[in-house]
Design a protein around this ligand. Sequence first.
Ligand code: UDP
Length: 195
Amino acid sequence: NEKALILGANVDIVDFGQALQRIKQLIKAGTPSHIITLNAEILYQAQDNEDLLNVINAADLVTPDGIGIVWAGKKLGYPFLERVTGIDLLYLICEEAAQESWKIYMLGAAPNVAETAAKQLTQKYPGLKICGCHDGYFASDETDQIIEDIKKSQPDILFVALGAPKQEFWIKEHKDALSVPVLIGVGGSFDVVAG
Ligand code: UDP
């Protein structure tokens, strides 16, 4: 895809369909890939946080999540079509996962929220395989154990709902150890799905 340069961040010029195509390719390729749905709040934070800007620019796919990003991109002359938000991308990935037999692991949110969200999703998309869940309130010395649990369940996709930008840094730090093809930060999406 083509990329737009907005306030120092490279944002992929993709709509939902193109984002999903890219995700398919990344799963096929199998190398750990980081996907970020970028909103204006995070891009604003990145203006005086070089580490955050570096994480964004090292990601494999950065979608325009948020009307501010789409607006700024269009203003700069880039052909953005629509917002590609975390929650909508999560639903789209689950729909595709049910058909493609991709396995999904859900990490984040308060205890039991991921499990409740997983139930909702498997009801909505019959055949969907959620291979594991873990809440997002763990001590750093539990991280290794969580990584082992994720690895053992062999997901194709890891949803990380620790809030932005915590989840982006967590993914960056652990993606190589996890050996999961697609890792995506989804913010407060599990709470939304769980209802
Ligand atoms: N969260 C978590 N661990 C933390 C901090 C936050 O699992 O240490 C979860 C929180 O329960 C919520 C999500 O991360 O489900 C953050 O949601 P929020 O809407 O604040 O984040 P955003 O969508 O703005 O990134």
